[in-house]
Write a protein that binds this ligand. Structure first.
Ligand code: GDP
Ligand code: MG
Length: 663
């Protein structure tokens, strides 16, 4: 019997890259109609096929991981399949990646509509020697027809069409598995209320579950009074229940998982463990920074010797040529010491970037976001917000741009506010220099603690903001966890080289210019050139500001100059400190120089200085990016003031605590 003279509608639904389009093309041939989905620029492909005297109108939907409404694709696909016109949903599943694909399947089953599963990529499954128990598998999925196919080899297509035609009336039960008793109780109560108010509603169970997940769209389309049943969002619990059911399916139905996937699973048991995951992350970062220090410092030592030769050589040459004293000072103490000093940190930076590139390329970074999701959720941010934060270890500018991936303006701004607290690579030279001077063997540990402190302050800020947030969000994280792979040398080389290029460009432009400006401000005063920097313009202004920093142990105008100059680029803090104390060092080390001027400057002051550098206003480039991305001058100013206040407060706290222990 054919109720549909014009054909009946079949939607192909599945994860991105599961082969929907390939399958769609294989089934429909070339009879296509391409348009856009109403209101959005997402392509809609429709095709027809005749099979066993039935006319099927097939629709290729955008790939999705979930039936929520965060992305345009999700909205389009969800609206399409909730539409009563759709008579059969064909869930296209990548069989070589079952675990990841089944999450959507479980959601589709809860809809209670007729579903046929196209188990695609069977050629890959066979090639890898994996086996799927095709008897037990459908049993665990409400007995829907499961048809193994290979879209690329055009295998199993007729059987699939046959299943579609013959199962269009076979409504699934909607109850794939049971949630906890508490949830099931709420679900049935909601179903009753739904049934009374909307008797014709076909997906009552799905609807009830969505209500428990606090889904706004469902709520606004079919409003009912749920206040006594839905006291909070149960989204996390519901997601977890689904994943543990999927674990069960994989356990029972999938055999000879290929060696690589099995390995990934084994490693992930530890690295993405809910409790062990975070310490693992910190440990890995600790190893990275230890490497950055030990190996980097080793090479840096040689570069410093080279730089010394260069300075002496140029000095001697200038003297021989009777060049004016001020010009010699500018070139030797301003430019060579400034720019050259920054270049000696290149080994540390290169090692840091190699390590970050390896972690990224191997697939580990995606897991960090996954591990942090639990914590981020409690802070009112999605796990996705941790990705920009990790990028912040490299450079804050791209990290701020990466906040574009977040859904709402509120989330973006929150993340923009806290991302600068992550120690970018420009802050590494500051830690290397200062901790090296004052902490000896403990220097790597102290620097590592700066990184940890940055993360803690960032999370703490998010936490406090969340307390005051009246419309808290809940997030359901679905980050795709790729298989681990051996990092590709080529992509690492490209990544590191790009970063090194950026660093060199910065040394040659911003830092070069800043060094010259700082030198002039330090050598010119109201009476023209001055030998004594404290009577220079910079010295004069900094002396006015310095007393304000007394609580942080930084009532010293030289450091104020360094901090202000550091807003041009954080590395300039290092160059300024070197320049400012070089004459006081009288040929001795930089430490001697500082101690000669400030005998009371101890490791406690040094610690406060590092903390201040970690937290205060980011560099000009970052500020400009925040302005551009937030499109708000007010927000940009607020964030600058906020960061200065945090830097001030925390460094004062650290200083006074440290003073109790360090004399
Ligand atoms: P969509 O995002 O779901 O539309 O996926 P596509 O149809 O674009 O396919 C994604 C990739 O998987 C393409 O490179 C296809 O060639 C490939 N692909 C699709 N089906 C199969 C299959 O059955 N076997 C294999 N080996 N590859 C497939
Ligand atoms: Mg496609």
């Amino acid at each position: 019997m054919n109720n549909h003279p014009n054909g009946f509608h079949v939607a192909f639904v599945g994860n991105p890259n599961c082969g929907k389009t390939t399958l769609f093309n294989a089934v429909t041939g070339s009879k296509l109609k391409v348009a856009n989905w109403p209101g959005v620029t997402v392509e809609k492909k429709e095709g027809t096929v005749e099979f066993e005297n039935e006319k099927l109108i097939l629709i290729d939907t955008p790939g999705i991981y979930s039936l929520s409404t965060y992305t345009i694709e999700e909205k389009v696909t969800r609206n399409c399949i909730l539409d009563d016109d759709i008579e059969v949903i064909v869930n296209v599943v990548d069989a070589s990646n079952l675990e990841r694909n089944l999450y959507l399947t479980l959601q589709l089953l809860e809809l209670g509509k007729p579903i046929v599963m196209a188990l695609n990529m069977m050629d890959v499954v066979e090639e890898r020697g994996m086996e799927i128990d095709l008897h037990r598998f459908p049993e665990m999925l409400c007995d829907i027809p499961v048809v193994p196919v290979s879209a690329i080899k055009k295998r199993g297509l007729d059987i699939l069409l046959h299943a579609i035609v013959h199962h269009k009336e076979a409504v699934t039960l909607g109850e794939v598995f049971s949630y906890s008793d508490e949830l099931e109780d709420k679900i049935s109560k909601l179903e009753v209320i739904m049934g009374a108010k909307y008797p014709n509603h076909s997906s009552a169970r799905w609807h009830a579950i969505k209500l428990l997940e606090d889904d706004e769209e469902v709520m606004s389309e079919h409003p009912i009074d749920v206040s006594r049943i839905v006291d909070k969002s149960y989204a996390r619990e519901i997601i977890q229940a689904k994943y543990s059911y999927i674990d069960g399916i994989i356990e029972e139905c999938l055999f000879n998982k290929d060696a690589k996937a099995a390995q990934t699973d084994k490693v992930d048991k530890i690295l993405t463990h809910p409790i062990l995951g975070v310490p693992c992350f910190l440990l890995i970062m600790a190893v990275v920074f230890l490497l950055t220090f030990t190996l980097g410092d080793f090479i840096k030592g040689y570069l410093e010797i080279l730089l010394g030769f260069l300075q002496d050589g140029v000095s001697a040459a200038f003297e021989a040529a009777h060049v004016a004293e001020w010009l010699k000072g500018l070139v030797v103490d301003g430019i060579i010491a400034g720019v050259g000093g920054i270049l000696t940190f290149l080994p540390n930076i290169v090692i840091l970037f190699i390590a970050l590139a390896i972690l990224e390329d191997s697939g580990y970074m995606a897991r960090v976001a996954y591990v942090m999701d639990g914590i981020m959720g409690k802070l009112g941010l999605s796990g996705r917000a941790f990705l920009p934060m990790i990028l912040g270890f490299g450079c804050t500018v791209p990290a701020i741009m990466a906040t574009r991936a977040l859904e709402t303006t509120k989330d973006r701004r929150k993340t923009m506010l806290i991302t600068p607290f992550m120690s970018c690579s420009a802050r590494l030279p500051i830690y290397v220099l200062i901790s090296g001077l004052f902490f000896g063997k403990l220097a790597p540990l102290v620097s590592f603690l700066m990184y940890v402190l940055g993360i803690v302050i960032a999370l703490l800020t998010a936490f406090i903001l969340n307390i005051f947030d009246k419309n808290k969000n809940t997030y359901n994280l679905l980050i795709e966890l790729p298989e681990y792979k051996r990092p590709n040398m080529r992509s690492i080389r490209i990544y590191v080289w790009n970063k090194v290029k950026d660093y060199l460009t910065k040394a040659g432009t911003t830092i070069f210019i800043a060094s010259i400006i700082v030198w002039f401000l330090l050598n010119v005063g109201t009476h023209g050139f001055t030998e004594n920097a404290s009577t220079s313009f910079a010295g004069f202004a900094a002396q006015k500001i310095a007393p304000l920093l007394a609580p942080c142990g930084l009532n010293m105008w030289e450091f104020v100059v360094a901090l202000i100059a550091g807003i041009s680029a954080k590395e300039v803090v290092v160059t300024s400190i070197s320049v400012l104390f070089s004459s006081a060092a009288a040929g001795g080390s930089l430490l001697d120089g500082i101690k000669n001027v400030y005998p009371m400057f101890t490791a406690a002051n040094a610690l406060a200085l590092m903390v201040f550098c970690l937290l205060y206003t980011p560099c000009i480039a970052t500020i400009a990016t925040i302005k551009k991305e937030s499109e708000s001058i007010k927000f940009t100013l607020v964030s600058i003031v906020f960061q200065i206040l945090v830097a001030y407060g925390v460094s004062a706290l650290v200083f006074n605590l440290a003073r109790l222990f360090i004399r």
